[in-house]
Ligand binder design. Structure first.
Ligand code: ADP
Ligand code: MG
Length: 226
């Protein structure tokens, strides 16, 4: 099986004032195409930092990141942005919808940016699929948290990414709503065959994936098959 992500000897630190804080050290793992993968660990263990590096949002101090066949640690900011736009989808804890756009516009924007003539039609189909077929014209502020995250899911899958990164996608939702969002995420993922990487501190959610990487204090404790 082909690897879609390959991480070698990754190190990342932050400097605040005169102090250097090493957040990730000696990280090695890879993810196969179409695999579903969870990164778990306590708060502050470096999960979000690791996801940002894997997805090309941020750069490491040292180490190598191969994403979709490209060594992204050698790319410029612009080159990484281009790769993200073409191949990567994101779902965030705080939804990150554009507040001045309707649900439909939020979903259609990534498609319109690619000059996709069917942007609105595809957007409608996706909103239908996430159960929001009656909410096209609602603004994010007129939607509940769970509904906003469903719009964000529709947006994330709209461009048919090769790999989707979700950082605590249920972190701002109550338990029941969170479960529904996860069911939907897994269903959309199954249909599209996208590689899925979920960051979570919820072991129940992590166990719905095929493999779990456990992070602690910026180091990989173990990787387990579910
Ligand atoms: P997690 O997502 O597992 O909660 P993070 O990756 O957000 O962990 O953070 C890991 C560590 O890095 C924490 O100690 C956090 O305070 C620190 N950190 C994260 N982002 C920054 C930043 N931009 N500047 C300085 N320290 C940061
Ligand atoms: Mg985090």
């Amino acid at each position: 099986m082909a690897k879609i992500l390959n991480i070698q000897n990754l190190k990342k630190s932050y400097t605040s004032g005169s102090k250097e804080l090493t957040v990730l050290e000696n990280i090695n793992f890879d993810i196969e195409e179409k695999e579903t993968f969870a990164i778990v660990g306590p708060s502050g263990s470096g999960k979000t930092t690791l996801l940002g590096l894997c997805a090309g949002l941020d750069q490491p101090d040292s180490g190598e990141i191969e994403l979709c066949g490209t060594m992204i640690n050698k790319l410029s900011e612009d080159e990484r942005a281009l790769l993200r736009n073409q191949k990567v989808g994101f779902v965030f804890q705080d939804f990150q919808l554009i507040p001045t756009l309707t649900a439909l516009e939020n979903v259609a924007v990534p498609l319109e940016l690619r000059a996709d003539k069917n942007a609105t039609k595809t957007g409608k189909e996706l909103l239908e699929k996430v159960g929001l077929g009656d909410r096209y014209d609602h603004y994010p502020s007129q939607l509940s948290g769970g509904e906003q995250q469903r719009v964000a899911l529709a947006r994330a899958f709209s461009t048919q990414p090769d790999i989707l990164f979700a950082d605590e996608p249920t972190g701002n939702l109550d338990e029941e709503t969170g479960k529904k969002v996860i069911e939907l995420l897994i269903e959309l993922n199954r249909e599209s065959g996208t590689t899925l990487v979920i960051v979570t501190h919820d072991m129940e959610l992590a166990r719905k994936t095929q493999r779990i990487l456990k992070l602690k204090g910026g180091k990989v404790m173990e990787t387990v098959n579910v």
